[in-house]
Write a protein that binds this ligand. Structure first.
Ligand SMILES: NC(=O)c1ccc[n+]([C@@H]2O[C@H](COP(=O)([O-])OP(=O)(O)OC[C@H]3O[C@@H](n4cnc5c(N)ncnc54)[C@H](OP(=O)(O)O)[C@@H]3O)[C@@H](O)[C@H]2O)c1
Length: 479
């Protein structure tokens, strides 16, 4: 949550200034970032009045619905907008002065969803966001901007979401996660081309290979000559993708197994098929995953995100451990998410209850558990001929993101990575010799990264919680 404050001294009377601002449809006439604003519920200002406000975003206009939630005539009103991407709460206070009125505009803003991890980093940018809005406010009220507490005269108005979206991409996190980070690093570090790897004779399991990042990774691995086992929940979808990748790459050593990673019987059957059909296994890629807006559970009552992305993969790794180690240089690679940066390590709260369920938060907790378990596998089994790595892909334009976070996808659209760019480090970890020299590492764009960016999550990552997580997942997987 970030807060901002601007004050404008105006020669208008308090009544005039209040009347102008409390008709929130006028925001379009003073805030340069707002394209349109229209009252859509209620008549005139007052509690319950609603306004649709169209703001600039990177992919055209984004509409937010503001509601007046507090209203004291000629003194003060508050408006609130909440979307899956952000929460905005603005309070306007008007006081009469000897020469007119003093208008105070205070705004609170918090980012939700995947952008939430950028929240703590945003504050420095909001002074600049507020400049234009505050200047626009002063001009509209025919007044002057006066100094504000802690903000040197500039303030951000969370009604100025247009500028917010624009400035978000200036945070340290955002360029890194988008295609900007990919492009810059690729050039600066002269990455080797993935086409140069020869994986002939290597056997690779890829879960979640029917769509998005998994499919892009599978296609590239096929191009490098790997023998592939593609996993998805539907035999029909799997077969279609196998056929398409064979046609695209000419690699015929591709098979499929239908398995839901949140169904432990199916996971066991998958492991049995892999062991029966292949006498070696070089790489196991845990990529299957989704952010589920609606909560669901598997038969034993485990929340489904955790079941399919934490427990199921843990079980599969356990069942395939010996075969991976026997290859002499086995690799287990887990597709986590940068979303986990905002989530604490929690065992008691790993599964969100129906009353508190929030898909984005649940997903982040599961991804945090994945990244933690990756480190634990490496520390617990140093003698196996297996390296364990986790990776976060940044933000990529995939059917999964479109389905779970349509607003996010629409706003970030041009900045999102392609699936191939998002899958780059995953494939590199499966193919390059470098990752064989370390284990338990978390990667992004071919470099090791910390699994914590915030002191608040670091504090939760204690040896005791780690042990409890391992015990919990072992129990749930029935091992
Ligand atoms: N795209 C991003 O920006 C982004 C960012 C961070 C992390 N990730 C992670 O990257 C991975 C791939 O995501 P994506 O964006 O490529 O999503 P996607 O396009 O929706 O693909 C997800 C894949 O996972 C499979 N899948 C989902 N649930 C499954 C289950 N219970 N059992 C087996 N397979 C399952 C789907 O196959 P079927 O539907 O055919 O079963 C599909 O092949 C996920 O782990 C996601 O959390 C993505």
């Amino acid at each position: 949550m970030t807060t901002y404050r601007a004050q404008v001294r105006t020669p208008l009377s308090a009544e005039q200034a209040f009347g102008y601002l409390a008709d929130f449809a006028n925001v379009a006439s003073w805030d340069p970032g707002v394209r349109s604003a229209e009252q859509v519920a209620g008549s005139g200002p007052g509690v319950g009045a609603e306004y649709e406000v169209g703001v600039d975003s990177l992919k055209g206009e984004l509409t937010l619905r503001y509601t007046i939630v507090e209203y004291v005539d000629r003194e003060r009103f508050a408006v609130r907008a909440e979307s899956r991407m952000l929460m905005s709460y603005d309070v306007v206070t008007v006081e009469a002065t000897d020469t007119g009125a003093l208008v105070t505009y205070e705004a609170e803003l918090a980012l939700n969803g995947p952008l939430g991890i950028a929240d703590p980093f945003l504050a420095p940018f909001f002074d600049r966001i507020g400049d234009k809005a505050a200047a626009g406010l002063a001009t509209a009220l025919d007044g002057e901007l006066v100094a504000t507490v802690g903000k040197n005269g500039a303030a951000a108005d969370s009604g100025v979401v247009a500028n917010l979206v624009d400035k978000i991409v200036e945070t340290p996190i955002v360029p890194s996660f988008t295609r900007v980070g990919y492009d810059v690093r690729k050039r600066l570090e002269s990455w080797t081309s993935l086409d140069g790897y020869d994986l002939e004779g290597k056997v690779v399991v890829v879960t979640g290979a029917t769509s998005g990042l998994g499919r892009a990774a599978a296609t590239q691995l096929a191009r490098c000559g790997a023998t592939l086992i593609l996993v998805g929940r539907s035999e029909q979808r799997n077969t279609k993708v196998v056929d398409e990748i064979v046609a695209e790459t000419g690699n015929r050593s591709i098979s499929e197994v239908a398995a839901d990673m949140g169904d432990y019987d199916q996971v066991r059957a998958l492991a049995a098929r892999v062991l029966a059909d292949h006498d070696r296994l070089d790489v196991l890629i845990h990529n299957a995953g989704a952010l589920s807006v609606e909560r669901s559970e598997i038969a034993d009552g485990t929340e489904a995100t955790v079941a399919s992305q934490v427990v199921g993969p843990f079980l599969l790794t356990s069942l395939l451990l010996d075969r991976l180690s026997a290859s002499g240089s086995g690799r287990v690679i887990t597709m986590s998410s940068g979303g986990m940066y905002g989530a604490p390590l929690s065992v008691d709260k790993l599964e969100m209850a129906p009353a508190d369920y929030n898909g984005t938060e649940q997903y982040a907790r599961a991804k945090r558990a994945q990244a933690t378990l990756n480190e634990m596998w490496a520390r617990r089994f140093p003698d196996l001929d297996i390296v364990f790595h986790a990776v976060h892909p940044g933000w990529a334009d995939t059917p999964g993101v479109d389905a779970a976070l349509p607003t996010f996808a629409a706003i970030m659209g041009p900045l999102l990575r392609t699936p191939e760019q998002g899958a780059d480090t995953l494939v590199w970890l499966a193919a390059d010799p470098n990752p064989l020299t370390s284990s338990g590492v978390f990667w992004h764009d071919r470099r090791p990264r910390s699994i914590h960016k915030l002191p608040t999550t670091r504090r939760t990552d204690t040896p005791e919680r780690r042990e409890r997580l391992w015990r919990w997942v072992t129990e749930r997987s029935g091992l």
